[in-house]
Design a binder for this molecule. Structure first.
Ligand SMILES: Nc1nc2c(c(=O)[nH]1)N[C@H]1C(S)=C(S)[C@@H](COP(=O)(O)OP(=O)(O)OC[C@H]3O[C@@H](n4cnc5c(=O)[nH]c(N)nc54)[C@H](O)[C@@H]3O)O[C@H]1N2
Ligand SMILES: Nc1nc2c(c(=O)[nH]1)N[C@H]1C(S)=C(S)[C@@H](COP(=O)(O)OP(=O)(O)OC[C@H]3O[C@@H](n4cnc5c(=O)[nH]c(N)nc54)[C@H](O)[C@@H]3O)O[C@H]1N2
Ligand SMILES: [Mo]
Length: 767
């Protein structure tokens, strides 16, 4: 790798000293005094707040502070001493703020007052909360149909806020609840239920203590789930075999130094994580796993023929599964050519990973965005699940499925009813408890909501957190859609792009963050969240609110509902006085939350039922189902190459180490050796040569899609990288404009953010 200002080799293990240095920098940058450290120490403690960083669970009852650099960044971003006041808005027009980078916008700090857009001056001006609620109520009540309103949620909202939000929308008359999950683990949520009866992972944190083999597919824990590194390190030290499947060589998957381990810190050592590092082509995982399964079935067939030890868990297959014979027949009929070509992995390597899998008695498979954001993601997740079923690796200690969720409460939001396709059972229960007839028609997901805005069918857009305008695909068109709306409302903590790309009328409603004390009539309130492993626990903020004008998310939602629904029998404002009242009624709608208020008093909270954990299969046949999938050879990338040949590359859009989704903390991506620049594109060395390009030059990226719309993202620095040929890597959200709105995963409709066919052109200014 060449060394210049932007690209530098990073020889150190993940976490370690680099992490501590970065933490100190973040605290100073956010002007957080030493006492702010108390906030950090309260993170993920029994009496503290749930880290707003990721959805990785906490070790129950632990008293040691689980150090996590990126958790600190998330907390520091919220605890910042910087403020965005009405005076700030008086100084800057929206047009002017639009020129600022996303980093600079959020770096202005916390929003302090409710604000309304004034088109005469192109500025935001302050207003009272009641005026804001009344304005929303007026606009919603003038719509000709409730489906003209869309209610977006980002996965940080608490169960209490999310529950009130969906109740409000449904009493209003719509199931239009797109959420960040549509862009994230939706493929998991639709892929798993028909096979194992539930869309959630089956493992608990304890399973990591017993596992002997881990298959890590397409996620980057050192950056995105740093607390998981502790578990991985323990597994590696215990001798568990860890296989990483990732087109990029990620530092944190190779070596990790624990900042809490004196020895590793002092010796600048680290623990080797991955036994084998497999680098498939983007989207090559389905073919790779199918190859592994082909090996296993061949070896098993040989065992049957020779009377040797079976590879399959025969008892499990018989007792617990359905469809194996049909599935095995498809695998036997599959030839190696598509497996090798489409995975980009050698047969030897496929065999060696299959051997590791076959030797493992307790295997966990994890996956993240590298798996969920392709056209064939649902099929890929189902193929991974097939693999796990072969040897009974679901529902036994130390084994199971572990989708790595994103936002800290994204899973809870879905459990509690944030879903555009709610089940009838849920709606029946909601309707009975609240004595109304909920709408039955399915609502918009993220992609169809944007289409609705473009078509003029969606007129009001309300957003509970998040940064819709740039988290979504096809940025130019999404902006057009948002600007078509009559009203856009953003409930947020910090200034972001979505405050600026707005409808004819627009409101910014500033809310409390999870780290802050939420004082209501009955006293300080806690809120509950569900982590990646279905544990529900309570979280109490401890910091003084960033401004006296802030309201909590439940209070804002209730305020809007109260002003909009004149005939509602729901006691909106009464709920806000004491959130345990909300939880009591959640329990009436969702029996899995029985004794909700009691059970969250236990440190660590309680686990929602996960039937697959107990080998109870809530599927059509009452058994775990195998699913047959062909290796796709007609993906957008194949079609684009048919047309334009080897000029076309498959681009993944991914996170740097210094960002939380659209929140940019800094311009470095330390483990990948990138410093001070985000507009970079990772390219294989031979591809550079073949395209006549050189590392250090700039290119423009142009999307290949069949609808005649030009999608481009300009001026990216070429960085030579260890990535398979034909593949590129770039950062989200800078590359989002390249993802066509129509390029979505089959069934789940998740934008294909990890496989975007593009062509590199010489940078226009230079050409
Ligand atoms: N600090 C921090 N923490 C976060 C977030 C954050 O932005 N910052 N975001 C949160 C959210 S919402 C989420 S969803 C998670 C996201 O966490 P991840 O799932 O780790 O998401 P990405 O950073 O997009 O990285 C995807 C990884 O998949 C790999 N990959 C890309 N394409 C493929 C492929 O085709 N096959 C395979 N096998 N691998 C592939 C990439 O090289 C990369 O390592 O993290 C959560 N935690
Ligand atoms: N190209 C591409 N696009 C992607 C992805 C990708 O990998 N590639 N990843 C997708 C994924 S996995 C996800 S989850 C989505 C994320 O999409 P979103 O969830 O919409 O985006 P975030 O960047 O997480 O939202 C950040 C904003 O949330 C607000 N916020 C922060 N804390 C709070 C809070 O406590 N309350 C409220 N009300 N607001 C708060 C702040 O104003 C902040 O600016 O993006 C998706 N988009
Ligand atoms: Mo996510």
């Amino acid at each position: 790798m060449s060394d210049n200002k932007v690209v530098r080799h990073y020889p150190h293990p993940a976490a370690g000293w680099g992490a501590l240095k970065n933490v100190a920098f973040q605290l100073v940058n956010q002007r957080i005094p030493a006492k702010g450290v108390i906030t950090l120490l309260s993170q993920n403690q029994p009496d503290g707040f749930d880290c707003p960083g990721c959805a990785w669970p906490d070790k129950e009852h632990t008293s040691t502070f689980e150090f996590c650099e990126n958790g600190v960044k998330a907390v520091a971003a919220e605890a910042t001493a910087k403020r965005v006041t009405p005076e700030f808005f008086a100084k800057h027009t929206v047009a002017e703020l639009m020129e600022w980078s996303d980093f600079k916008l959020e770096d202005q700090g916390r929003l302090t007052n409710p604000m309304r857009y004034d088109s005469a001056t192109d500025k935001y001006v302050p207003l009272e909360w009641d005026e804001a609620y009344a304005m929303i109520g007026r606009q919603l009540n003038t719509l000709s149909h409730a489906d003209q309103a869309v209610f977006y949620t980002s996965g940080r909202a608490s169960n209490e806020a999310a529950f009130l939000y969906q109740l409000f929308g449904r009493e209003f008359g719509t199931n239009n609840f797109p959420d960040c999950s549509n862009m994230c683990h939706e493929s998991t949520s639709v892929g798993l239920p028909e096979m194992v009866g539930i869309g959630k992972g089956s493992v608990t944190l304890e399973d990591f203590e017993h596992t002997d083999t881990l298959l890590l597919f397409g996620h980057n824990p050192a950056t995105n789930h740093p607390r998981m590194l502790g578990e991985l390190r323990e597994c590696a030290r215990r001798g568990a075999k860890i296989v990483s499947i990732n087109p990029l060589r990620e530092r944190g998957l190779e070596k990790f130094a624990d900042p809490q381990s004196i020895v590793e810190m002092v010796t600048f050592g680290g623990t080797k994580i991955s036994e084998i590092y497999v680098q498939p082509k983007l989207g090559g995982d389905l073919a790779f796993v199918k190859g592994m399964i082909k090996c296993l079935i061949e070896w098993d067939d040989q065992a049957i023929a020779t009377g040797g030890k079976r590879i399959m868990d025969v008892d499990f297959l018989q007792q617990h599964t359905h469809g194996f014979d049909n599935f095995a027949a498809d695998i036997r009929a599959e030839s190696w050519e598509p497996i090798l070509v489409e995975s980009g992995v050698s047969r030897e390597q496929i065999e060696s990973v299959a051997t590791i899998y076959a030797n493992g008695e307790r295997v966990i498979a994890t996956w993240g965005m590298g798996i969920t954001q392709h056209k064939h993601s649902v099929a890929t997740i189902q193929m991974i699940t097939n693999l796990m079923l072969l040897r009974g690796n679901i529902g036994k200690p130390g084994a199971g499925l572990c989708p790595m969720r994103g936002h800290s409460n994204v899973q809870g939001n879905r459990t509690i009813g944030i879903y555009e396709k709610p089940s009838n059972a849920f709606l029946d229960s909601l309707g009975t408890v609240y004595n109304f007839e909920p709408p039955r028609k399915h609502g918009h997901d993220v992609v169809s909501a944007i289409r609705g805005m473009l078509d003029g069918d969606v007129k009001v857009f309300i957003s509970l957190g998040g940064n819709f305008s740039i988290a979504t695909p096809d940025t130019d068109r999404t902006w057009q859609g948002l600007r078509n709306c009559d009203l856009t409302v953003q409930i947020s903590t910090k200034l972001n792009r979505t405050n600026l790309v707005h409808g004819k009328d627009a409101l910014i409603l500033p809310c409390l963050g999870r780290t802050e004390v939420d004082m209501q009539a009955s006293g300080a309130q806690g809120v509950t969240v569900e982590d990646s492993m279905s544990m529900v626990h309570i979280s109490y903020g401890m910091n003084k609110p960033a401004s006296p004008h802030l309201k909590s998310e439940p209070a804002i939602v209730a305020g809007i509902a109260h002003a909009t629904l004149k005939n509602s029998k729901t006691p909106w404002l009464w709920y806000v006085e004491d959130y345990s009242r909300i939880r009591n009624d959640i329990e009436r709608v969702l029996p899995d939350f029985a004794q909700y208020n009691e059970r969250i008093k236990v440190p660590g909270g309680f686990r929602l039922p996960v039937p697959s954990y107990d080998r109870v299969w809530r599927t059509a046949t009452g058994k775990a189902e195998f699913r047959v999938h062909a290796i796709p050879r007609d993906l957008p990338i194949h079609k684009a190459r048919e047309q334009f040949g080897d000029k076309v590359f498959n681009l993944m859009t991914t996170r740097s180490h210094d960002q939380y989704n659209t929140t940019i903390y800094g311009l470095n991506d330390r483990y990948r050796g990138i410093f001070g620049e985000r507009r970079v594109v990772f390219v294989n060395k031979e591809d550079l040569a073949e395209q006549g390009l050189k590392a250090g030059e700039y290119v423009d990226l142009v999307s290949v899609w069949q609808d005649g719309i030009t999608r481009r993202a300009d001026r990216f620095l070429l960085v030579e990288y260890d990535i398979p040929r034909g593949c590129l890597g770039g950062y989200y959200p800078e590359t989002n404009n390249l993802v066509p709105l129509e390029s979505v995963a089959d069934i789940s409709h998740t934008p294909t953010s990890k496989s975007v066919p593009v062509i590199m052109e010489p940078h226009r200014a230079a050409a």
